[in-house]
Design a protein around this ligand. Structure first.
Ligand code: FA5
Length: 335
């Protein structure tokens, strides 16, 4: 009986292919209702003199089966691990996947290019908050509440007294309030207006400039801005100063450059005028100087402000401002 059982077990063990078969085999022989458990139970029905020898045979067989099942389990596990390692192996001699190089966003590039030009002319760099008091964004810049000049800039109001700054000009006031002249700085940053089409974005960037000292005149303004235009767009670029209006500068000017796409012959970008508007500027209004505690008889100065997106669109002939913010890698890779 034990010899037959042993043979059957060995045959079954031989033909085992995987671990789940082994579990079944273990249950079949050693489980609660398994063959050997039944054999052990049946010993009690044997005559006493046979019981001891029969018990030893069954126990020996049980131990043998147990140890062979364990050995088989170990070898099946080792085989499975070997197969898994083989299937997961990597060929370290294959070329790697390149993550690719990132690059600067075109707006950041243009922004640092502009900043570099002014830094070389001795301007330092200042910053101010994007969530700004109405007082700094408008009132101290000579734009009282309910003044029609407020309509020039569609404003996001946080509350009656707090706005998202509509331009970088409030930085002028903040710096003048905490420092005495001479002053010569630029202030780059994000600004916000309730405005959206292919040339206007609700969030865009400006660079402000301010120079205050004794005897600063419109000639200084012209010299600095001409130098900027020539360095940014090329030494042979035409520059034109056109009278304009800003409440915080008097007199005020809009600065145009000759359209470099059509060489001023007239094209779609310059709307056949031959000129492109790039900057707003002017002599700081004496009312603003008084608001920050400067004596307008002693000090004078000029200020200017430009939209970075506009400069970048002109420089790279981009006709839709939204491309800067869509973050399409195919667009960004070109710069
Ligand atoms: C101003 O914001 C003045 N603070 C500039 C200034 C500073 C004048 C100092 C005098 C002295 P303006 O509203 O024109 O001016 O805006 C300046 C530039 O910002 C515009 O020429 C344009 O290039 C850009 N701009 C205005 N609105 C948007 C917009 N929604 N999206 C993108 N660019 C804009």
């Amino acid at each position: 009986m034990s010899a037959d059982l042993s043979n059957t077990f060995h045959d079954e063990l031989q033909s085992l292919k995987d671990l789940s078969g082994l579990v079944q085999l273990r249950v079949k022989y050693l489980g609660k209702k398994g063959i050997l458990t039944a054999e052990l139970k049946s010993l009690s029905s044997l005559p006493a003199e046979e019981r001891k020898a029969a018990g030893k045979r069954v126990n020996d067989l049980k131990n043998l089966i147990e140890s062979e099942l364990d050995a088989k389990e170990a070898s099946l596990k080792a085989e499975a691990l070997k197969a898994q390692l083989l299937s997961e192996s990597i060929d370290i001699s294959l070329p790697g996947k390149s993550a690719g190089f990132g690059r600067q966003h075109p707006l950041s590039r243009v922004m640092s290019e502009i900043a570099d030009i002014f830094v070389k002319m001795g301007f330092s760099i200042e910053e101010g908050p994007e969530v700004e008091l109405d007082k700094y964004n408008f009132e101290l810049l000579n734009i009282p509440k309910d003044h029609p000049a407020r309509d020039m800039q569609d404003t996001f109001y946080v509350s009656d007294e707090i706005v998202l700054r509509t331009h970088t000009s409030p930085v002028q006031v903040r710096v003048m309030q905490r420092q005495k002249p001479p002053l010569r700085f630029i202030a780059p940053g994000r600004v916000y207006r309730c405005d959206a089409d292919i040339t206007h974005s609700p969030m865009f960037h400006q660079i402000e400039g301010l120079m205050i000292d004794r005897d600063i005149t419109f000639s200084n303004l012209k010299a600095v801005l001409r130098t900027f235009v020539h360095q940014m767009f090329g030494a042979d670029t035409a520059v034109r100063f056109r009278p304009s209006f800003f409440p915080f500068t008097e007199p005020s000017a809009e600065i145009d450059i000759g359209c470099f796409l059509c060489k001023q012959a007239g094209c779609r970008v310059c709307k056949s005028t031959g000129w492109l508007e790039v900057l707003g500027a002017g002599m700081v209004n004496p009312a603003v100087l008084e608001n920050v505690g400067y004596d307008p008889d002693e000090y004078s100065g000029f200020a200017f402000g430009m939209g970075i997106e506009r400069i970048a669109m002109l420089k790279y002939a981009i006709d839709d401002i939204r491309l800067f913010f869509d973050n399409d890698a195919r667009f960004l890779r070109q710069f």
